[in-house]
Design a protein around this ligand. Structure first.
Ligand SMILES: [Mg+2]
Length: 230
């Protein structure tokens, strides 16, 4: 049975980790590019360092009430990459190399059921959109995925909104873009804090994409995007 609750007029999706996935994975790409810049790390070492650096940047944004901008996003990724790949010969050059890599559609793959789900929800007449904490690189990625065309009229990127998920202001901007009350928009994402808790706090129904069954305490979860339409 479709997991879109009755009364919904719009469905908005998170982008990274929900519809789009780095391919090869981010730790594999980081390790390969680090090697070209004089640092040998395995993907597992990259992953451990990345998680530490990423969490530090998340904590920094709490202190500014989730305010963001393109310069802040670039600074965030610069800090994460520099800390994760400490030891490369030229950190700025290595950062630019990675930043540009992830701006290309060929560095990403679409979730296996994304095309079918987007088409089915579109056919039901629901308003569709994207709500992402990624930055303006999302536009160059989307250009490579025509399957996501039904979402492209309503793409909200936190750096452009000025407030990032999980800030309530971001979800209010989603509702305005959908021209709906927040209670009529379903938000679907893979991040329990930024997507699920953030949307719920803004009175927006939410579903957590939890394919590995990690968040048993979250009441509204789906294992695959396909659960939205089947
Ligand atoms: Mg995500």
């Amino acid at each position: 049975m479709s997991r879109v609750p009755p009364g919904m007029r719009a469905v908005f999706f998170d982008a990274v980790g929900t519809l789009l996935f780095p391919d090869p994975s981010a730790p594999v790409v980081y390790a390969a590019i680090a090697r070209q810049h004089g640092l040998n790390l395995c993907a597992d070492e990259v992953r451990a360092r990345f998680v530490t650096a990423y969490r530090r940047e998340e904590a920094a944004d709490v202190a500014t009430a989730w305010a963001t901008s393109e310069p802040r996003e670039r600074a965030r990724w610069h800090a994460i990459v520099t800390e994760t790949l400490l030891g490369v010969t030229d950190p700025d050059s290595c950062f630019r190399h990675l930043f540009d890599h992830f701006a290309r559609p060929t560095a990403w793959k679409l979730a296996p059921d994304a095309a079918e789900v987007v088409a089915a929800l579109h056919a039901r007449g629901l308003t569709l959109g994207l709500g992402s904490n990624y930055d303006e690189r999302l536009w160059s990625l989307l250009a490579g995925f025509p399957e996501l065309d039904p979402l492209k009229d309503r793409v909200l990127i936190s750096a452009a909104v000025g407030v990032r998920k999980p800030g309530a202001g971001f979800f209010h901007a989603v509702a305005r873009a959908a021209q709906c009350d927040p209670s009529e928009v379903l938000f679907v994402g893979d991040d329990a804090d930024n997507d699920y808790t953030g949307a719920s706090a803004a009175r927006m129904p939410a579903l957590l994409l939890d394919p590995d069954d990690r968040f048993t305490e979250v009441p509204h979860r789906i294992a695959t995007l396909g659960d939205l339409v089947r």
